[in-house]
Design a protein around this ligand. Structure first.
Ligand SMILES: C[S@@+](CC[C@H](N)C(=O)[O-])C[C@H]1O[C@@H](n2cnc3c(N)ncnc32)[C@H](O)[C@@H]1O
Length: 219
């Protein structure tokens, strides 16, 4: 049996989401590697990656494609961004912004093997610090555990082409631990509505609690 194609560069096999490994025989976070008919696939763990969780929970709007340039905010140690790197391939590019120096050390190792990933040690609240390094992007992806999540994605929309898609993992507890997640999500949706049209929202349970994953289109 062959893996079934879900989207460009994204497959499913035996209940597992897979991408084609751009860096053969290299793992990023201990994920399983499978070889089938000469192609090496990497298992994409939904408990470790919100994008994989959203895909397994039925996300319909996957607009990250081969050759795309992606601005990824909150790249941490490269778990999800490495799968994005598999999808966009050698003709694409993933600009990986991360604030923590500790995470950046591991991320740099991943980027040294994957030539389409560019590490940027910076605070995504201050886009002027990386404006010269990032070109206009097809896709914006944000997963930062910061209070000002809505403000950050709105500022970084400056790097997104008109009509480009944004993928936004909202963590209600980083914004306000004392309020109901649904109220926090509604407030964030209202806050970004002048910049983005919300195309799809996906809850991430059972893989992640208290998160909403939004697919948005730049107005
Ligand atoms: C939940 S983790 C991201 C996990 C990652 N997206 C993945 O799936 O592989 C959130 C990351 O956001 C980073 N972060 C928090 N505030 C930030 C900011 N203002 N600018 C850039 N990164 C930030 C944290 O250091 C952390 O690594």
């Amino acid at each position: 049996m062959q893996p079934k194609k879900l989207f460009d560069g994204v497959y499913i096999y035996d209940g597992k989401v897979l991408t084609v490994n751009l860096a053969k025989r290299h793992k990023v976070y201990g994920e399983e590697l499978f070889e089938m008919e000469g192609v090496e696939y990497r298992s994409w763990n939904p408990y470790r990656s919100k994008l994989s969780a959203a895909i397994l929970n039925g996300m319909k709007n996957m607009h990250i494609r081969s050759g795309d340039s992606v601005l990824y905010l909150g790249a941490a140690t490269g778990t999800t961004s490495s799968h994005v790197s598999d999808i966009v391939g050698n003709e694409g590019r993933v600009y990986c912004v991360e604030l923590s120096e500790r995470n950046m050390r591991s991320l740099i190792e991943v980027c040294s093997i994957r030539k389409n990933m560019l590490p940027i040690l910076a605070d995504a609240r201050y886009i002027e610090n990386y404006r010269d390094m990032v070109h206009q992007c097809d896709v914006l992806y944000q997963d930062v555990s910061a209070k000002e999540q809505a403000g950050i994605i709105k500022k970084n929309a400056a790097f997104l082409k008109e009509g480009g898609y944004a993928y936004f993992a909202i963590k209600s507890q980083s914004i306000d631990i004392s309020r109901k997640p649904e109220d926090v999500f509604d407030e964030v949706k209202a806050e970004v509505s002048d910049t983005f049209e919300v195309v799809e929202t996906i809850r991430l349970e059972p893989y992640d609690e208290m998160h909403l994953f939004m697919v948005m289109r730049k107005k």
